[in-house]
Design a protein around this ligand. Structure first.
Ligand SMILES: *[C@@H]1O[C@H](CO)[C@@H](O)[C@H](O)[C@H]1NC(C)=O
Ligand SMILES: *[C@@H]1O[C@H](CO)[C@@H](O)[C@H](O)[C@H]1NC(C)=O
Ligand SMILES: *[C@@H]1O[C@H](CO)[C@@H](O)[C@H](O)[C@H]1NC(C)=O
Ligand SMILES: *[C@@H]1O[C@H](CO)[C@@H](O)[C@H](O)[C@H]1NC(C)=O
Ligand SMILES: *[C@@H]1O[C@H](CO)[C@@H](O)[C@H](O)[C@H]1NC(C)=O
Ligand SMILES: *[C@@H]1O[C@H](CO)[C@@H](O)[C@H](O)[C@H]1NC(C)=O
Ligand SMILES: *[C@@H]1O[C@H](CO)[C@@H](O)[C@H](O)[C@H]1NC(C)=O
Ligand SMILES: *[C@@H]1O[C@H](CO)[C@@H](O)[C@H](O)[C@H]1NC(C)=O
Ligand SMILES: *[C@@H]1O[C@H](CO)[C@@H](O)[C@H](O)[C@H]1NC(C)=O
Ligand SMILES: CC(=O)N[C@H]1CO[C@H](CO)[C@@H](O)[C@@H]1O
Ligand SMILES: CC(=O)N[C@H]1CO[C@H](CO)[C@@H](O)[C@@H]1O
Ligand SMILES: CC(=O)N[C@H]1CO[C@H](CO)[C@@H](O)[C@@H]1O
Length: 816
């Protein structure tokens, strides 16, 4: 639009000679008043003025004009007033124009430095330099200077009016304190007057730092009662505060004053010590110390026994003496009872200690410490109590006499209590070395006697040494030998009434002189006391001469052997052996016993026993005697023999005989054994024949097996007539025909009966010839057996199956 307007008005005109605009390139300071004057020359009339902003913003001002000039004024110039301004003059149709470029700057105040007021030494401190209300900021240059040295240069950033600032990191030292730093600001916009273009400010650096470089007075030595002053100073900002304290032994501090100097007018021993001066300010603290020695006579001299209390021998004890003295005292530690001039220890530095290890009762007593320096001396004493070792010795087996069987082992244990490190010594009676094995370990020592021998028979002493203490225990060892039980030996057999010797022997006895042998009868009688015997190790025998009576049979005789050695337990010191009197005599009371007793029947079971009493038992024989012949049944050595009949048979009947014999004699016993049986196997024989002629005689033989012997009855069956025969033989004389008929033979004993029937035929006398013998004899053969008892006869009748095997005994025709 403006350009369009311009084109419209650039037309040559007459009358208006020129237009001036001044100033053409004003540089105004913000806040000042500024004006542009536009004048027209050559205009006859009243010229017309117009002001136009050529930049895209208002003019922010109004013009005042008269006929020849116009004034555009800015009461208070501001940056927004910057513009390219056009003044157009119109005069009589003629228009002319001029342009002016308005520039504004602002740089009203000196730079301002902050951050220098409280700087910390040794750290980065930020210093800030601020230039307020600068325009245009890009024309402002800030320069940090220290003396002539440029530390930093910075230029502002383009923009509206602003406060331009620069930060500078400063790392000061204590030395920088009080020095100046300058911030220079220069505005290099063209047109800014020289006296306006540069401003600067200086600031004094205030650097804070911890106390340093302490200066403290030197170590002080003062005599008691004198005065001393301690001084202390140090650099530091802010000014350090001073605090004095005395360092106590336990680290306790005593504040004495807050003054640079510490004055003590009258020094006491308690003033001695280390004094610390502490300097402190807000930034930090620092301390230094100084020793003060107060010279004087030794003080607080003390003797200390450690550990305290009652000491036991062998302990380790330290006796120390300390004195407080300046100058250092010579301290001497001695035992009061020692000769003058002797000392246990001494030193020149106020302290001495002596260690007694191990301490003994001899070390007990009063100890004294004397500390001395040129100002005086001081003594202190302490008593040392030392108890001897509470040594106890125990010997096991205990005190007294110990009996040890030869060949066995004995362990003597010697124990020590109340002693940390005992030494053991074993001695035998003659103070000689001990043969046996000694083993000592710690608090125990053992003496092993193995195997115990006669030479070990001695007294033994276990002596224990423990420091100053010696204790011993004794024991006496008696070796004995009594290994076996006695043995009774009899050379010959004891025979009633005959005197005989019985020996009791005991082997390897020691000491035989203490051996006692006693012979005792079961009834309590002491038969013999034997002993003492010859000493030494012996085989001992005692002989008892003894005539046994019948009443001694089976009684016991005891040989009691006693070894009267002290301390041998009774079950080892007394041994005995017994023997039973066993008298010898011939067999006695020999008898036969049949069991079960009473009547014996065939088929029963029966035992026949023969018992005999003899010593020694000898031999016993049982036999059966029948018809003069002895049948051996059983024999054995011992007191009895028996046979069992199972079952008993008739043939077992007979006389039984028992014979017992030993070297002293023989005895017999007999008994009859009967076996009962009812009649059986009855046979009847008629001689000469069952067919006879009238007038002849016949013999009837009845045989039967039976015991007891039967009664035989012959009965004629038709008439009932009976004949009795005790022996089974009937003699019938002068037979008649009437005798013809059947006959019954009844054989009876108390166990039963058996019958037999036969027929007899009596023929009338005739001339017919007699039958021949052999016809009758051949079919029957009789056998008669006589059993032992003479008065009774058993008819043992058997039908022979074999001709000629048996003999015809009693019942012969001729004998009838
Ligand atoms: C216009 O004003 C200026 C100053 O204000 C003065 O010097 C000048 O004479 C005036 N011109 C006329 C024609 O009045
Ligand atoms: C410039 O600094 C002055 C103080 O010096 C302050 O009042 C003003 O607000 C600052 N101006 C700007 C733009 O920061
Ligand atoms: C210390 O304090 C005493 C009195 O309190 C004063 O007389 C003296 O001058 C002080 N010394 C110093 C170094 O300040
Ligand atoms: C020395 O002894 C005195 C009293 O006898 C005592 O007050 C003082 O504290 C002792 N000193 C030390 C350092 O023990
Ligand atoms: C005792 O007798 C036995 C043999 O019977 C023999 O070996 C032993 O040596 C004897 N003892 C003594 C001490 O004579
Ligand atoms: C003796 O008797 C004691 C107990 O009284 C027993 O311990 C020991 O074994 C016995 N000794 C013999 C050899 O019998
Ligand atoms: C032996 O017989 C006798 C009588 O002769 C008698 O006194 C004694 O007791 C019998 N002995 C025995 C063991 O039967
Ligand atoms: C045989 O004799 C006995 C006793 O004498 C009798 O009891 C029995 O009856 C007789 N037997 C006969 C068959 O007669
Ligand atoms: C009778 O005797 C015979 C032999 O002589 C014998 O064989 C038979 O057993 C006997 N009879 C009785 C009952 O004993
Ligand atoms: C024939 C016969 O021998 N008769 C005798 C029988 O017995 C008597 C008496 O013993 C004798 O006298 C007979 O001669
Ligand atoms: C010896 C005897 O007595 N004989 C007599 C046998 O019997 C006859 C008749 O019975 C007698 O006449 C005998 O005298
Ligand atoms: C010889 C004899 O005595 N004969 C006698 C047999 O028996 C008859 C009758 O019983 C007698 O009359 C006989 O005399």
């Amino acid at each position: 639009m403006a350009l369009t307007l311009m084109a419209m008005f650039i037309i040559p005109a007459a009358g208006l000679s020129w237009v001036s605009l001044s100033p053409k390139q004003p540089v105004w300071r913000a806040g000042d008043r500024g004006e542009l004057r536009c004048r027209a020359a050559g205009c006859p009339d009243e010229a017309s003025f117009s002001w136009t902003s050529l930049e895209d913003k208002p003019l922010y001002s109004a013009a005042t004009s008269n006929a020849s000039e116009s004034t555009l004024s800015f009461e208070r110039v501001r940056p927004q007033h910057e513009n390219l301004v056009l003044c157009r003059v119109t005069c009589g149709g003629q228009t002319k124009q001029q342009r002016a470029k308005i520039r504004v700057y602002s740089f009203p105040k000196e730079p301002e430095i902050t951050g220098s007021e409280e700087m910390l030494a040794g750290e980065d401190n930020t210093l800030t330099c601020t230039v307020p209300d600068v325009y245009p900021p890009e024309n402002l240059r800030i320069t940090w200077l220290q003396g002539e040295t440029v530390l930093l240069e910075e230029v502002g950033k383009e923009g509206p009016m602003t406060n331009v600032s620069s930060k500078y990191a400063y790392h000061p030292t204590a030395d920088d304190d009080g020095t100046a730093i300058t911030c220079r600001a220069s505005h290099d916009l063209e047109g800014v007057p020289a006296d306006q273009s540069s401003k600067e400010t200086s600031a004094i650096l205030n650097v804070l730092y911890a106390p340093e470089d302490i200066r403290i007075s030197e170590a002080t030595v003062v005599q008691e009662g004198g005065s001393f002053t301690l001084t202390c100073e140090a650099d530091g900002k802010p000014k350090p505060e001073i605090q004095w304290r005395k360092l106590g032994e336990g680290g306790h501090s005593v504040t004495l004053g807050r003054n640079g100097s510490l004055v003590v007018l009258e020094a006491m021993p308690s003033h001695a010590g280390e004094y610390e001066c502490e300097m402190s300010n807000a930034v930090g603290r620092k301390a230094a110390s100084v020793r003060v020695a107060v010279q004087g006579p030794p003080r607080n001299t003390s003797i200390v026994v450690s550990p305290g209390g009652e000491l036991t021998e062998g302990d380790r004890v330290t006796i120390s003496c300390h004195s407080q003295a300046v100058p250092a005292a010579r301290v001497v530690l001695r035992r009061v009872s020692d000769p003058p001039g002797s000392e246990l220890g001494s030193s020149h530095d106020s302290s001495v200690s002596v260690t007694l290890s191990p301490v003994g009762p001899a070390d007990a007593g009063m100890y004294e410490c004397e500390a001395s320096n040129r100002f005086g001396s001081q003594k202190h004493s302490a008593v040392l109590h030392v108890a001897a070792f509470p040594l106890e010795v125990d010997l096991s087996p205990g005190d007294g006499v110990i009996a040890v069987e030869m060949g066995s082992s004995l362990l003597l244990s010697c124990g020590a209590t109340g002693c940390p490190n005992p030494t053991f010594f074993w001695k035998s009676r003659l103070d000689g070395p001990v043969r046996s094995q000694v083993e000592s370990r710690g608090a125990l020592s053992t003496l092993l006697l193995t195997p115990a021998e006669l030479m070990d028979d001695s007294a033994y002493t276990c002596e224990v040494h423990c420091g100053s203490v010696r204790r011993s225990r004794h024991t006496e060892i008696k070796v004995f030998s009594f290994p076996t039980d006695p043995v009774i030996e009899s050379a010959e057999a004891l025979v009633e009434g005959q005197r005989a010797a019985i020996r009791c022997a005991v082997r390897d006895v020691f000491p035989a002189g203490l051996l006692q042998i006693q012979w005792l009868h079961q009834n309590g009688d002491v038969l013999l006391e034997d002993g003492p015997f010859d000493g030494g190790l012996r085989n001992v025998t005692s002989t008892l001469s003894f005539a046994p009576g019948s009443g001694d049979q089976g009684k016991r005789i005891t040989c009691r052997v006693t070894l009267n050695v002290e301390a041998v337990p009774r079950n080892q010191s007394e041994k005995s052996v017994s023997t039973t009197i066993n008298l010898h005599y011939p067999p006695r009371n020999t008898s036969i016993v049949v069991s079960p007793a009473g009547e014996l029947k065939e088929g029963d079971h029966v035992t026949v026993t023969c018992v005999s009493y003899g010593a020694p038992a000898g031999r016993i024989t049982l036999r059966r005697v029948s018809e003069g012949h002895g049948a051996h049944l059983q024999s054995s050595s011992g007191t009895s023999v028996s046979v069992t009949l199972s079952p008993a048979r008739l043939v077992d009947a007979g006389l039984y005989e028992c014979e017992a014999s030993n070297p002293y004699g023989t005895q017999k016993a007999k008994t009859q054994l009967n076996v009962k049986a009812p009649p059986r196997n009855t046979t009847v024989e008629v001689f000469p024949s069952r067919q006879v002629q009238e007038g002849q005689n016949i013999t009837i033989c009845c045989r039967s097996i039976s015991f007891p012997p039967p009664a035989v009855i012959l009965k004629k069956m038709d008439t009932g007539k009976e004949l009795y025969s005790p022996d089974g033989t009937f003699l019938l004389l002068n037979l008649t025909t009437n005798d013809t008929g059947s006959y019954l033979v009844n054989v009876t004993n108390d166990l039963g009966y058996e019958t037999e029937i036969f027929v007899l035929q009596v023929m009338e006398r005739s001339s017919s010839p007699q039958p021949r013998w052999h016809e009758f004899i051949v079919p029957a053969v009789g056998l008669v057996t006589t059993v032992t008892t003479a008065s009774l006869i058993i008819h043992y009748l058997r039908k022979a199956r074999m001709k000629g095997s048996y003999e015809l005994a009693k019942c012969t025709a001729g004998a009838v």
